[in-house]
Design a protein around this ligand. Sequence first.
Ligand code: MG
Length: 348
Amino acid sequence: MEFHYSTYRIRLRHTFTIARSSHDYYDIIFVYLTKDGITGVGEAVPMNRYGEPFDRLLKLALTFDINDLDDSGSLDDWLDQLLPKADSCRSFSMALDTAAYDLWGKLHGEPLYDRLGALPEKTPLTSYTIGIDSIDVIRQKVTEAEQYPILKVKLGTDDDRAIIETIRDCTDKVVRVDANEGWDLETALEMCDWLATKNVEFVEQPLPSSDLESTARLKEQSPLKIIADENCLDSRNIPELADAFHGINIKLMKCGGVREGFKMIQMARELDLEIMLGCMIETSVAISTATHLSPLVDYADLDGHILISNDPYLGATVDGGKLTLPDGPGLGVTLRESVAEPMEEELA
Ligand code: MG
C-alpha cells in the first residue's frame, strides 16, 4: 500500500462565523491510499477548537510512513495499523480511516453503505446552516436557503433574539439552534423557554463543555431537547452524557472516522440517546462519508460542502434538503473535471 497527500484551500461562499471564530477559507489535506493500482481518498480539515490546526495535519502528512504496513489482512487489520499512526490527531485519523474504507470498497466492489448495513433510500433530510451575521445578511441567507426545509441557526451572541425574530419574519420552517457553548445556565433556561415558542426542534451545545453539571440541570427544565456537540468527541464520552443531554452530534472529523462513528451510533442507541450526524466545513469527500452513515441516525446536518464554492469532488448531493448517496463502490466520490488539475502541493 502506498500513501500520498495533497493540500487544498476550500473557499466559503459567505464568511462563516460562529460564537468563537470567523473564516473565509480553510486549508485542508486530502490523503490517498493506493493498492493494486486502486486509490482511496480521505479528507482532514483543521479543528483549532480541538488542538488540530492545519500545521499539525501537514506535519503528519509530510512525515507519514506506511512502509511497515501489512496490507494482506482485513479492513479492520488495516485500520488497526493505520489509525495509531495519526498520533491521536482525530481529523488525520478520519482521513486515513476514510481512505481505507474507500480503497477497500473499491477493491471489493462494495459501496460503503452496504458494508455499514445502511439503506441508501433511508437518507434523512439535512439542515442548512445559517452562521452568525448582521441581521440584513441573515435575511439574505434565509432567502437563499429557500430550498432547504430545515435551518440550523448559529446563536451565542448578544443578538440571539433578533436573529430568530428575523428568521421567523422570513419563514416558519423548522429551525435547529446551535449555541456553540455561547450561553450560561440562566441564559440557556430563558432562551430554551422562548425558543420553544418559535418552532425550534432542539438546541445544540448551549453551555460550555466544561459545565456538564449545569447542562444536566438545563435538561431537567428545558422544554426543548438538548444535543451534545463539543461535549461529545468519541465513544468514550458517551456514558457521561446520558444524564445531561437528550442526544449527541457525531462528527466523523471529531471522532476519528467511520469505524468509531459506527461504534458511537450503537452505543447511543443502547442509552436511548438521539443521534445527529454533523460536519465541519468539508468537501464532498468527508460529507459523502458521513452520508453513508446517515440512514442509521435521527438527524443530519451535512451541509459543509454546500457552504463552499470550490468543492473539487462530486459525491453525495442535496436536493430540497434530501441527501442522496452516489452510486459506486467505496465512497462513490469522483473528482470534478473542472478542478481535476494537480492540486496545490503534492508529495508522491
Ligand atoms: Mg455544533
